[in-house]
Design a protein around this ligand. Sequence first.
Ligand SMILES: *Cc1c(COP(=O)(O)O)cnc(C)c1O
Length: 355
Amino acid sequence: MSEPIRISRAAVKKARPKDKDLTFGTVFTDHMFVMDFQEEKGWYDPRIEPYGPLSLDPAAAVLHYAQAVFDGLKAFRGKDGRVRLFRPQKHIERMNNSARRMCIPPLDPETALRSLVELVGLEKEWVPSTVGTSLYVRPTIIANEAFLGVRPAHSYIYYVILSPVGAYYPEGMNPVKILVVDKYVRAVEGGVGAAKTAGNYAASLYAAEEAKHAGFTQVLWLDGRERKYLDEVGTMNIMLKIGDEVITPPLTGTILPGVTRDSALTLMREWGLRVAERQVSIDEVAQAAHRGTLKEVWGTGTAAVISPVGELAYKGERIVINEGKIGALTQKLYDAIVGIQYATAPDTHGWTVPV
Ligand SMILES: *Cc1c(COP(=O)(O)O)cnc(C)c1O
């Protein structure tokens, strides 16, 4: 589908925050991308409009049965001043997989890529330049058919909004304390854990709030069946270095297939490290810690890129990792990925797309 993108420009432009005042997800740019789907027409009328509220019927399916998927990626202003999206094709592929799981019609990947490139291109001046800052890109699809029956909706809206963001963790790259939960679960095999779908996040809030009240930044989910094997962290995948082996849970349908996870695995394999995508139990982690072979633990995700974990708390015990300091591999991965994102290192994998 190569329908031209209609553009209607905002009459008034917003004031842009200074780089140092940026937070996460609170400020949005002047425009958004929108496209509609009707069963008879397919996806149609791609357009860029002034940013603003959507009009939804109170019976819209998304509001009742959560037929909604999204993705999250970033555009960076490189050292050379140019703006690049990081792995947009991979994010689109994932959003389409999430969509299929939720019976939402997938997008034509080329149209979806155009929506990101054109919108970010129009909003280029919103891309901040200080290292650590970026323009967060949030493509979303929701069911907007006014119908209260439980079945896949017949109409949808795809939209993309943009938000300039500062460093995700206000404390910077400081190792975080994570609570391992065994009272609640996030996903089970055969469920929707691998989809970036709205309900997964609503379902995660209760455990996350409990963890916050207990002084932890995030929760680490265990598998839904035995509550024994590591799944993932709130919005990050988890990786560990035990001895000289790097371990991360496999993609068996219960965790989000993170793009940062994929980038980190690709780089570490190129560096010749021993990398295993396998189940790892919390007992194995605790034992490794006692033996002194648990070297590093970190999370991977678009928001934080790489987030060092300084402590895991499980059943009242505290597993301190690398004396609560950032590990060498954690730092190396962060530097390598950030280097590609800000074009201070060559992009040998074709991960960045200039806008
Ligand atoms: C988005 C997300 C991730 C990380 O994926 P990236 O593509 O690396 O940003 C991991 N887990 C969950 C639950 C997520 O929503």
